[in-house]
Design a protein around this ligand. Structure first.
Ligand code: G6Q
Length: 550
């Protein structure tokens, strides 16, 4: 049987049947029938407590999901990834972000070459450079130490560093400014540098290919800004470093490859925050904290590759995602960190999950006849509670939620009336999961004395699934383990769906399309347009608005 025939697998069909049966049972019933459910349907590893008891699964659903994973050879595919096989088949590449956090004494071979020493060479060079910048030993062109770091990159070369910097801000050098520029909208660059002294500013140009339009455009703007402020081209050597796999392109731009930190084609952009792409993170938090983060990633890698499916966090998360997306027909997942430092985590996960699993053909190129990657979105709690939670509680769509919280805050603030503001935060997290699962029946609403006309409006059906992830404290280690949890859960789902989670042809398309249009927008004489009528009209309208034809 071809791997494309997912929905014909007996395990899939058994899941479908079981789902039809389970659909009639409310989470209230599942909890009532099994008083220990809340302590049984949990798993803990690498400092993360993972409560999936409020998902609409039972033991049989979980057993069938594990059987499905076995039928799709999840174990074999995982081994192939860790072994360095070229599992990114459409790009003919190995997928080895796990090598980025492998300890020094590990051995991981790509085409017979052990990549672990290469990884540690770069990490050591990054650490030496980060220390030099942090200590002031690295001087700018005029002899001043660096106080501002501006990381320029986009997509996978931006979202990870931004997220990690925000997440680990409490561990960062507060006497330095860290800024991130990604958008080709000049506003992004101008606002990032407007109050900075070029003599104290280091630009890190992050681009795997070093050909990305946005990044190169912003890098050129940065270079012009720096050279103008410091009065010499020679300043570039002291104020620009590059992170890339493309040494020739870096040189072409004018950055000495001695100031380049490399990585490899077996690191996908969205899986690269723990490679040299994380140089800004390392300068912000220091090499020791960066290594703690890598240790968190690695601990989750080891847990993932060696733990039986029934207690394996990424496997559970991935399989529950399959259940929700394919059997309960949920089109989205809301990621709701009750931790302000994780405010960019949902944006980061959007790329990780949607660029990886937003695919409609199998590895063999057949069109899938099942849903693949759901839409990920979210905001930190409690902010979201005052906006979109309404739809999650009482709307007509099923929105499975991931709640993420920590036992200890990094910023204790005594709350009026006792406790800490953090207790209020986590009380909200726990209460939301409870309300989503159990709802509030019409009888309960009536019993509160609600007028009959309002009872339907104030009732909550409940039965809305969520997972709650708790950890002790947001440390670099915890961040690494959390990111790796999602990375591997994405992989698990890609294996079940039989898609290439590591290519991104949709992004490549965007990289090409604008190149033709830009010439038409900026031509000094009216261009001959051969697009569809809407595109032609938009180009003409923009040219008018811009004043080209004036
Ligand atoms: C990530 C994607 C994409 C990529 C950016 C930037 O997996 O491939 O988001 O990271 O397009 O690419 P460069 O790093 O090559 O500039």
């Amino acid at each position: 049987m071809s791997r494309a025939d997912l929905t014909l697998l007996p395990e899939w069909q058994a899941l479908q049947q079981h789902c039809n049966h389970l659909a009639t049972r409310h989470l209230r019933e599942l909890f009532a029938a099994d008083p220990g459910r809340g302590e049984r349907l949990v798993a803990a590893a690498v400092g993360l407590y993972f409560d999936y008891s409020k998902q609409r699964v039972d033991d049989e659903a979980l057993r069938l999901l594990r059987a499905l994973a076995e039928a799709r050879d999840l174990e074999g595919r995982t081994a192939a990834m860790f072994r360095g096989d070229r599992i990114n088949s459409t790009e003919n590449r190995a997928v080895l972000h796990v090598a980025l956090r492998a300890p020094r004494d590990a051995h991981i071979l790509v085409d017979g070459h052990d990549v672990v020493p290469d990884v540690h060479d770069v990490l050591d060079r990054m650490a030496a450079f980060a220390d030099a910048v942090r200590s002031g030993a690295w001087k700018g062109y005029t002899g001043k130490p660096i106080r501002n770091v501006v990381s320029i990159g986009i997509g996978g070369s931006d979202l990870g560093p931004v997220m990690a910097y925000e997440a680990l801000r409490d561990y960062s050098r507060r006497d330095m400014a860290f800024r991130f520029v990604s958008n080709v909208d000049g506003v992004d660059f101008v606002e990032a540098v407007r109050d900075l002294d070029a003599a104290e500013t280091l630009f890190i140009i992050c681009s795997k290919t070093f050909t990305t339009l946005e990044t190169l455009t912003n890098a050129h703007a940065a270079r012009a800004w720096c050279v103008e402020a410091l009065g010499s081209e020679d300043a570039v050597a002291k104020h620009f470093v590059a992170v890339s796999t493309a040494a020739a392109e870096v040189e072409k731009f004018g950055i000495d490859t001695a100031n380049m930190f490399g990585f490899w084609d077996w690191v996908g952009g969205r899986y690269s925050m723990d490679s040299a792409i994380g140089l800004s993170t390392m300068i912000a938090v220091g090499p020791d904290n960066f290594r703690d983060m890598l240790a968190g990633f690695h601990a989750m890698d080891e847990h993932f590759r060696s733990t039986p499916f029934d207690t394996n966090l990424p496997v559970l998360m991935g399989l529950i995602g399959i259940w929700n997306a394919n059997f309960l027909d949920a089109a989205t997942v809301a990621v709701l960190p009750y931790e302000q430092y994780l405010k960019r985590f949902p944006a980061y996960l959007q790329q990780l999950t949607m660029e990886s699993n937003g695919k409609h053909v199998t590895l063999e190129g057949a069109h899938v006849d099942y849903a693949t990657g759901p839409i990920y979105w979210g905001e930190p709690g409690t902010n979201g509670q005052h906006s979109f939670y309404q739809l999650i509680h009482q709307g007509t769509r099923l929105v499975p939620c991931d709640f993420i919280g920590f036992g200890q805050t990094l910023q204790p603030v005594p709350a009026q009336g006792g406790g800490d503001q953090h207790d209020l935060l986590i009380a909200n997290l726990i209460a939301q999961g409870e309300a989503l699962a159990f709802g509030k029946s019409a009888e309960e609403v009536r019993a509160e004395g609600t007028p009959e006309a309002l009872v339907p409006h104030r009732s909550f059906e409940g039965n809305r699934p969520s997972t709650t992830i708790l950890a002790e404290r947001l440390t670099p280690f915890a961040l690494g383990s959390l990111v790796a949890l999602y990375e591997h859960s994405v992989f698990v789902q890609g294996v079940i769906w039989d898609i290439d989670s590591f290519d991104q042809w949709g992004v490549e398309l965007g990289k090409q399309l604008a190149r033709t249009t830009i010439a038409e927008l900026t031509a000094t004489t009216e261009p001959k347009l051969a697009h569809d009528s809407s595109t032609n009209a938009l180009i003409r309208r923009y040219r008018q608005l811009r004043g080209n034809n004036a």
